[in-house]
Design a protein around this ligand. Structure first.
Ligand SMILES: *[C@@H]1O[C@H](CO)[C@@H](O)[C@H](O)[C@H]1NC(C)=O
Ligand SMILES: *[C@@H]1O[C@H](CO)[C@@H](O)[C@H](O)[C@H]1NC(C)=O
Ligand SMILES: *[C@@H]1O[C@H](CO)[C@@H](O)[C@H](O)[C@H]1NC(C)=O
Ligand SMILES: *[C@@H]1O[C@H](CO)[C@@H](O)[C@H](O)[C@H]1NC(C)=O
Ligand SMILES: *[C@@H]1O[C@H](CO)[C@@H](O)[C@H](O)[C@H]1NC(C)=O
Ligand SMILES: *[C@@H]1O[C@H](CO)[C@@H](O)[C@H](O)[C@H]1NC(C)=O
Ligand SMILES: *[C@@H]1O[C@H](CO)[C@@H](O)[C@H](O)[C@H]1NC(C)=O
Length: 642
């Protein structure tokens, strides 16, 4: 409520302050050494202004060929990419897991990027990354963190500040200056397949408070924080990676929920906001013709001037950088031509177009050349006013100045590497990661007789049965955690990926146990049980994902074997286990591989199951029955102590 009041209050105020900038703002007249942002902009060519606004990824590269067989993860600079960087003078490069597997290599790679850019460009590159913490964490050896919803479950927003600062320290040491976080979506739709645990929860005030603290933690280390996905991706049941979601709510509803965290972040001085590829007809019902010319579609926020300029800039008073979500996502690509989308997002008011194309070899850059020509034409015809382009580039350069990016050095690589090795995944961050995950574990039901804590002796056998989807090695995480807690007990592990429960085979898994830890990873409960579909990563319905663990629960009950379900991802999944003796919501599913836990959540849950830690987490969302989607089974705030 507080922040919606701020929104309406700013409308009148901004009518006076958003006047046209004085003529001649970007001229060389008074420039001596191009020290001011205005002079820097004035001395840039039209082409360089456009490419300053383009953010590309180099996650894979096909060296010397455009053949897909030549494609490799891009971890070391090569002359083709170096020449491209010198030629185009980009504003920002987005990094993915493929680019950042290890500390030394990442630090050197980023330094090489800067050196290649510096051959022709006085403006250093910015690097950005989705290091949200939790399930979206790119650094191969960085601290992984339990994730936003886990933090929401602790109800301790100081953790959010400290985790933000912990993430930022690691990025800074590597030479990365922008984190695409916090996710500031209010996850009020249990069917949301893509945000879920990336959100702090379903309560607007909780999300606002934790998102502001996280961003302040990030900024406390001199790193740019990005609120996403504006105007909100929390009330969708479509993943914009695969389709274009529509949020059909009234303006009043949107102002009461979705916009509140964003307004709080703007008021707290956030420097960057990322857009969503989502239709919001109450905010803009303009239609665009699709790329085939045979249908129209409501303009998605990323391409909407009403949403980016009129609402975000003018009404909500945001003067920082607007970056798009990845423009190659299906939400846009299935409907619109890439070049049209780039043109439209700039006209709408975006400063950074993130991944408007996905070049993988030198030849692919022909498309970029034609895209740049199109934007030049937009400027020449006035469709994209030069004044707006100037202001947009100035906004980017201002952030580069504020965060010290304009002073980037490339001659100190040895010092950078040794510093990065000391900082990334440091002991302080690891201890914080562990503490936050322990405090987040949420026990939503427990029958002391057949539930937790397990009391085990060396002759007992804990059987861990995990979905291990996406090569996640969750069984390994359970086994390692039992070892790390020093518990002397037998352990057996089984995977059930893509497996329908077959009593003739799988009853034996259950029967061999004295205690069972069964993992469930269901992203989206659709009207289930009676033939509904369950979705894990994409559009593929995979019913085994809930029927398998349900059968394990049933068999264990028949055999009176103590059991705990770990609901590994979105907490709504826990509703599938009303008959289980104990359920722990973990908010994170990643396993253990190559000697590291890829997330701290599973070991924290194992600690609770073994009685090594007291659960204190409280649900940051309501969990609805799978039989009746208005019946709340476990309300917001629920969480048992044992
Ligand atoms: C403007 O840029 C050119 C090169 O692009 C450079 O030679 C010149 O010194 C710059 N002007 C100022 C005032 O810095
Ligand atoms: C934009 O910047 C150029 C210099 O790069 C300057 O000549 C032009 O007047 C500026 N235009 C506006 C409208 O700000
Ligand atoms: C970092 O990597 C470079 C290149 O592979 C190597 O020469 C150097 O010894 C490494 N430094 C450290 C501290 O590992
Ligand atoms: C939005 O909801 C209203 C009222 O239920 C309905 O009339 C309208 O068709 C919906 N719009 C879209 C684009 O689905
Ligand atoms: C529009 O054209 C595309 C491509 O030819 C086709 O796949 C699609 O079905 C058409 N849609 C309509 C409504 O005709
Ligand atoms: C279990 O799944 C993991 C990850 O997919 C895989 O590496 C491992 O080999 C599997 N184990 C068994 C016993 O199938
Ligand atoms: C679903 O739950 C709501 C809220 O508890 C209840 O009012 C309603 O009667 C239930 N519907 C059915 C079909 O059971």
């Amino acid at each position: 409520m507080k922040f919606s009041a701020v929104i309406s209050a700013t409308i009148g105020f901004l009518a006076f302050t958003q006047a046209t900038p004085p003529a001649g703002k970007y001229t060389m007249d008074k420039c001596v050494k191009c020290a001011s942002i205005e002079c820097m902009v004035a001395n840039m060519s039209l082409q360089d202004k456009i490419t300053q606004k383009i953010v590309l990824d180099f996650r894979k590269w096909r060296l010397g060929s455009c053949d897909v067989a030549a494609e490799k993860d891009f971890t070391v600079m090569n002359t083709e990419v170096a020449d491209i960087l010198a030629k185009y003078k980009f504003g920002d490069v987005i990094l993915f897991a493929e680019n950042v597997p290890s500390v030394n290599q990442t630090t050197i790679l980023l330094n090489e990027f800067q050196k290649a850019n510096a051959k022709t460009n006085k403006i250093p590159l910015m690097f950005s990354i989705d290091q949200e913490g939790g399930i979206v964490t790119r650094l191969g050896t960085g601290t992984m963190w339990p994730g936003n919803m886990a933090m929401g479950a602790t109800r301790n927003s100081d953790y959010s500040y400290k985790v933000g600062a912990g993430i930022a320290k690691e990025l800074k040491a590597l030479g990365i200056q922008v984190n695409y976080g916090p996710d500031s979506d209010v996850n009020i739709n249990p069917q949301n397949p893509v945000i879920g645990v990336r959100s702090f929860g379903s309560n607007t005030q909780l999300v606002s408070e934790f998102a502001v603290k996280y961003s302040q933690g990030i900024r406390s280390q001199g790193i740019i924080s990005t609120a996403k996905h504006f105007p909100g991706h929390g009330d969708t049941s479509t993943d914009s990676h695969f389709g274009l979601p529509l949020v059909n709510k009234t303006l009043e509803e949107i102002k009461k929920v979705e916009l509140v965290p964003f307004q709080a972040l703007i008021d707290s001085g956030i420097d960057m906001i990322m857009t969503a590829h989502i239709q919001y007809p109450a905010l803009d019902s303009t239609t665009l013709v699709n790329k085939y010319g045979n249908e129209t579609a409501i303009v998605p926020a990323t391409l909407s001037r009403k949403i980016l300029t009129d609402l975000l800039r003018k009404e909500m008073g945001f003067d920082g950088i607007i970056a798009t979500d990845a423009m190659n996502m299906d939400a846009l690509v299935a409907l619109f031509d890439l070049t049209e989308s780039l043109s439209n997002t700039f006209k709408a008011g975006a400063d950074f177009a993130v991944m408007p194309l996905i070049p993988r070899c030198v030849e692919d850059y022909k498309l970029l050349d034609s895209m740049i020509e199109r934007i030049k034409k937009d400027v020449e015809t006035g469709a994209y006013p030069l004044e707006e382009l100037n202001d947009s580039v100035a906004r980017i350069l201002r952030a580069k100045k504020k965060y010290g990016i304009l002073n980037t050095r490339t001659d100190d690589i040895d010092a950078k590497v040794s510093n990065a090795i000391a900082v990334v995944n440091n002991a302080e961050n690891k201890a914080l990661e562990k503490k936050v995950s322990e405090d987040s574990m949420t026990v939503i039901k427990n029958d002391p007789k057949y539930g937790i804590p397990f009391v085990v002796k060396p002759t007992d056998k804990i059987v861990a049965i995990m979905p291990n989807t996406g090569n996640e090695q969750q069984t390994a995480s359970v086994a390692q955690a039992i070892k790390d807690y020093g518990v002397d007990v037998g352990v057996s592990t089984y995977n059930y990926t893509n497996t329908v429960y077959d009593p003739a085979v799988h009853d034996a898994w259950v029967d061999s146990a004295t205690h069972i830890i069964i993992g469930s990873l269901v992203t989206k409960n659709t009207p289930a049980i009676d033939g509904g579909d369950i979705f894990v990563e994409d559009k593929t319905p995979i019913q085994w994902a809930y029927t398998f663990p349900q059968n394990v629960v049933k068999r264990a009950a028949e055999k009176k074997i103590p059991l705990v379900v770990l609901s590994l991802r979105n907490p709504y999944d826990a509703a599938n286990f009303e008959t289980a003796p104990a359920v722990i919501v973990t908010y994170g599913f990643k396993g253990y591989a190559n000697g590291i836990y890829r997330q701290p959540n599973i070991p924290a849950a194992v600690g609770v199951a073994l009685g090594k830690a007291k659960p204190t987490g409280k649900l940051p969302v309501d969990i609805y029955s799978i039989f009746n989607d208005t019946q709340i089974l476990y309300p917001y705030g629920h969480g048992l102590s044992i």
